[in-house]
Design a protein around this ligand. Structure first.
Ligand code: ADP
Ligand code: MG
Ligand code: ZN
Length: 598
């Protein structure tokens, strides 16, 4: 399917390039012609000013005047002169009148009227038609794009049914069980309608990116052996104004012809987000969303079109989408637990050459919080790294490196770093590490490094814990302290702070805000969900509720920052030891780290 996608993209590109070339040729040739004509008209030797010409006529000094229809340039032959001169007249009509008057007054000269030259005739026509050409070209372009959209995107997967089956989706057993019903609907709709059951129209798949939503949607189509028509919400938004709604209509027209089938709308939040104020892009979205609602309400349950939609931001969705008869079923696709991770790794290890001593279980243990996409990515990166390292098979260290590459980015050994920056990074990372060490709820340190990776100047890696379902308030508070440990160390040791802590601050702020507005962990505000509320809903909680939330978030952060500083002051010797070791060795592993604290 990927290949096919590329082909279609290539086609669009080719047509676009073609149109641009045609336009360029039209414009260029026009310019050339215009220059040619001008040159032709003006290459005459001498100019005679208009007033001079009139004088000469009055003085009966003119022998011959040559005019070209449609041109203000006239050629004048004066008596007693060999050379012809040219004069630009302000207006041919006025000039003709003038000449007529002069001849009536008894001035005699030959008037030679030439028809327009062929080239100039062509050119003039051409120039006057140019806007039309451009318009037509533009129309064709828009038309093609729209047309290609239909063929290239919407109809993309229709001829080929997907071969993906439920067996290709690892873990997610309960979700599959829930969705197998949909497969039944698609296979034998009569069975259900005979019983008087209404077939569901829409199923929303909630889940973080990479958890396998697209994969499971394709597997449903594959199991039911029906066509899979897909579109992504963000594509609707990128399009020309007004086209979103028409694309939706066409998508469903096609679906009706192919029924039974699956329509998959990825990133539905891009079109289905809450309708708030209606300005610009939003009202465009509204049209698209309204069209989607109309289509979903429109098809009867006998048509057996099932719309699957995916999003990672369910709180953004417009309530209208969730009403009965629309997306009234919702399935959450979770991040895999350890068992799920192992199964995903097994599926993706099938086509990889793994060394015998690789233990997928231990990888699964070490990758809590990873999505299916990340796990599959790790194995792929490991295969690449093994190839580069000229290993015969994928070894354990290839996988370890791949995990780091996927989580923190590629190691950038070549980057030159000033000693000052190195010191800053060393203290920053040492700050995280020391603080975490003294926080009971925080995970153990696996590795601290000041070798830059990806965008990070250094990193502190923790050992991943067993999968947790709940996180306590104490744990979150201590997490905040650990996150701010880097910044606190910079402040404490260098008496200055840097931009290096921006990601820590971003994460910490999000945690603190969630604690207050989502998990009800603020004593002052209590267990109330404040997230994703409209302004008028917020007002129900009292005036200035936003201020109170802000103050609570800030106080959580302030307390954590103070806590981090206190810990670092208390254990300043360890902070210095670790920072100096980092400056010397660039990396500290788990054993070396623990030794410092013995
Ligand atoms: P989403 O649509 O939720 O963002 P995708 O379905 O596109 O995620 O998943 C991306 C890739 O990750 C899949 O193509 C597959 O290779 C892998 N993957 C994700 N989840 C699973 C899973 N449960 N089993 C097997 N592979 C998975
Ligand atoms: Mg997807
Ligand atoms: Zn940091």
């Amino acid at each position: 399917m990927k290949k096919n996608d590329n082909n279609k993209n290539d086609k669009t590109k080719k047509i676009l390039v073609g149109l641009i070339v045609i336009l360029a040729i039209i414009v260029l040739s026009t310019i050339l012609l215009a220059v040619y004509i001008k040159g032709n008209d003006e290459k005459d030797e001498k100019e005679l000013a208009y007033t001079e010409l009139i004088k000469e006529i009055s003085n009966k000094n003119v022998e011959e005047i040559e005019m070209t229809v449609g041109s203000t340039t006239v050629k004048v032959k004066l008596k007693n002169q060999e050379e012809e001169k040219t004069t630009i007249v302000p207006s041919t009509e006025a000039f003709m009148e003038l000449i007529q008057k002069k001849t009536e007054d008894g001035n005699e000269f030959k008037l030679n009227q030439k028809p327009r030259s062929v080239i100039s005739q062509i050119a003039t026509t051409f120039i006057s038609l140019l806007p039309t050409f451009i318009m037509v070209a533009l129309f064709i372009m828009i038309f093609k794009m729209q047309g290609l959209g239909e063929k290239g995107k919407v109809y993309e997967d229709t001829e080929r049914k997907t071969k993906i089956k439920f067996d290709d989706v690892a873990g997610l057993d309960e979700e599959k069980e829930e969705l197998i019903e949909i497969v039944d609907f698609l296979k034998k709709p009569e069975k259900f309608t005979k019983m008087g059951a209404k077939i569901p129209k829409g199923v929303l798949l909630y889940g973080k990116p990479g958890t396998g939503k697209t994969l499971i949607a394709k597997a449903i189509a594959g199991e039911a052996n029906v066509p899979f028509i897909s579109m992504s919400g963000s594509e609707f938004v990128e399009m020309f104004v007004g086209l979103g709604a028409s694309r939706v209509r066409k998508l469903f027209d096609k679906a009706r012809k192919l029924a039974p089938c699956i329509v998959f709308i990825d990133e539905i939040d891009a079109i289905g987000s809450r309708r708030t104020s209606s300005t610009g892009a939003e009202s465009e979205n509204n049209q698209t969303l309204n069209q989607l609602l109309v289509e979903m309400d429109g098809f009867s349950s006998e048509e057996t079109i099932i719309v699957l939609a995916a999003t990672n931001r369910p709180e953004m969705l417009d309530n209208a989408l969730l009403r009965p008869g629309r997306f009234d079923r919702q399935v959450t696709i979770p991040i895999p637990d350890i068992k799920g991770r192992l199964e995903i790794l097994k599926i993706h290890a099938k086509d990889k050459k793994l060394s015998d001593n690789i233990n997928l279980e231990s990888i699964a243990e070490d990758t809590a919080g990873f999505t299916g996409a990340e796990l599959s990515n790790i194995l792929n990166e490991a295969a690449i790294i093994a190839t580069i390292n000229k290993h015969d098979e994928i070894e354990n260290d290839d996988i370890e490196e791949a995990v780091k590459k996927v989580t923190v980015g590629l190691e950038k050994k070549a980057r030159v770093i000033s000693d000052k920056d190195k010191k800053l990074t060393a203290y920053h990372e040492a700050g995280h590490a020391v603080v975490s060490r003294y926080l009971p709820t925080q995970s153990n340190i696996k590795e601290v490094s000041i070798i830059p990776r990806g965008v990070a100047g250094g990193y502190t890696m923790y050992k991943t814990d067993e999968d947790k379902y709940y996180i306590s308030k104490t744990e979150m508070q201590e997490k905040l302290i650990a996150l701010l440990g880097g910044r606190a160390a910079e402040q404490l040791v260098l008496n200055d702070i840097s931009t290096g802590a921006s990601n820590d601050i971003e994460v910490a702020t999000k945690i603190a805000r969630d604690m207050v507005t989502k998990y009800g962990m603020s004593d002052i505000l209590g267990p109330i969900d404040f997230q994703g509320k409209e302004p008028y809903e917020m007002q129900l909680f009292g005036e200035n509720i936003g201020d109170k939330i802000g103050l609570e978030v800030k106080s959580l952060i302030d307390i954590a920052y103070e806590g981090a500083k206190q810990l670092l002051i208390e254990h300043r010797d360890k902070l210095d030891t670790i920072a100096l070791t980092l400056l010397e060795k660039e990396k500290i592993n788990e054993a070396e780290f623990n030794k410092i604290f013995e």
